[in-house]
Design a protein around this ligand. Structure first.
Ligand code: CP3
Length: 361
């Protein structure tokens, strides 16, 4: 039986004879291979709820911490040490590659990315050029160090998907209605497609840097795609996300495609080229697997607010996710969206134990 080795407090590097990430539980589940137990990691596990993260970040701006390979390495490892998760996710942010090519974006605590110079016309498009390794040397640096430190534990790289990146660039920040984004999409479809084409190139470049530096899987975050209906998603978004995912079809890394409120888009998001489809908590995983179709794994989908439920309610919900996920062609346990900042880290550790104790349905 395969046993997941974990970096100790001081983190140990990979050594001869240790299992390779390739055989790791998480990657096998992504590939739809049988697993003896369900792998688990948490979106936004790196940061937010952890006191050791808050201490480290006390006087350092979010984006500055993302550009410091030592900080990135330490913050990425913190949740793996504490929770014994089956995968690590690189500490970074979806707007980082946009900042790296000169966009004036700040991440405001409690708000999210705020764009000083939104993109709303054709002239502004020229500000978006492709990303190469020279733009983000600290990312490749951190990935290489992390791959050594993590040993057999897979590292997940990620990028924002074209639509979600566009929504920040067009709105100028987070939005509830995405009115400006949709207005541009409907009124200037050619400009829209050029914008998403450029953002797809940026996502491909940014993911390529991470894959070449050694990440074992990639996740495309289309967090806000769920504001679209399926017809619009297919017309205005899918071809661009498909190009991003397609660029890594032969890269040997599972591709996870995630969004929130995407119950009606799950089939289309799978068609875009995902090996694993991330599902939020609104659709039970067995139903999600039906919508996604065979030959693909699912990732999810405990309600992030379930951490505030009494222990017995939480245990029931975790069990239910494991049983329903066991009916899919592979299941990676996760929350339906990121860890909420108010979450007690002890509860996350408990969830890992519950998932590890449950065998796949
Ligand atoms: O653990 C991880 O998931 C790795 C790191 C990670 C961050 N952001 C760090 C971060 C990842 C994968 C992201 C992706 C990201 N960033 C997404 C897609 C995932 C999702 O949640 O849907 C989105 C939409 C963003 C944009 C963004 N960045 C938002 C909405 C926020 C939250 C603002 C807030 O304070 O609530 C951020 C900031 C951010 N990114 C934080 C972290 C740890 C919090 C900043 C802090 O601690 O000061």
């Amino acid at each position: 039986m395969y046993c997941v080795a974990v970096p100790g407090g001081e983190t140990s590097g990979a050594s001869v004879g240790e299992p390779e990430p390739r055989d790791a539980l998480f990657l096998r589940a992504c590939r739809g291979e049988p697993t003896e137990r369900t792998p688990v990691w948490f979106m936004r596990q790196a940061g937010r709820a952890l006191p050791e993260y808050r201490r480290l970040r006390a006087n350092i701006a979010m984006l500055d911490s993302c550009r410091d390979p030592a900080m990135v390495t330490e913050i990425t490892l913190q949740p793996v040490r504490r929770f014994r998760t089956d995968a690590a996710i690189l500490f970074s942010d979806i707007v980082l590659p946009l900042v790296a090519i000169g966009m004036n974006i700040d991440i405001v605590a409690g708000v999210g990315p705020v764009v000083a110079d939104p993109i709303r016309d054709r002239a502004a498009l020229s500000r978006l050029r492709p990303v190469t390794g020279d733009d983000v040397p600290y990312v490749a640096d951190a990935v290489r160090t992390l791959v050594g430190e993590l040993g057999p534990i897979p590292l997940i790289g990620f990028s924002g998907a074209p639509f979600t990146l566009a929504s920040y660039l067009v709105e100028g920040g987070p939005s509830r209605t995405y009115a400006r984004t949709k207005q541009l999409m409907y009124t200037e479809p050619r400009l829209w497609h050029e914008l998403l084409g450029r953002l797809a190139d940026i996502a491909i470049g940014y993911l390529r840097v991470q894959v070449e530096a050694g990440v074992s899987a990639i996740q495309l975050f289309d967090s806000w795609a769920g504001v679209l209906d399926e017809v619009d998603y297919r017309r205005y978004v899918l071809p661009h996300s498909e190009r991003v995912l397609g660029a890594f079809a032969d890269a040997g890394v599972p591709r996870i495609h995630f969004g929130v409120n995407t119950g009606e888009l799950l089939g289309a998001m799978a068609e875009a080229g995902a090996d694993v489809v991330g599902v939020d908590w609104r659709v039970p995983l067995d139903e999600a697997a039906r919508r996604i179709g065979p030959m693909r794994a699912v990732q999810g989908n405990l309600d992030p607010a379930a951490v505030f439920a009494p222990a017995d309610v939480l245990a029931d919900k975790v069990h239910d996710v494991c049983v329903r996920g066991g009916k899919a062609g592979g299941h990676v346990f996760n929350l339906g969206h990121g860890v909420l900042p108010e979450t007690d880290p002890g509860v996350l550790a408990h969830i890992v134990d519950l998932v590890h104790a449950a065998s796949p349905g």
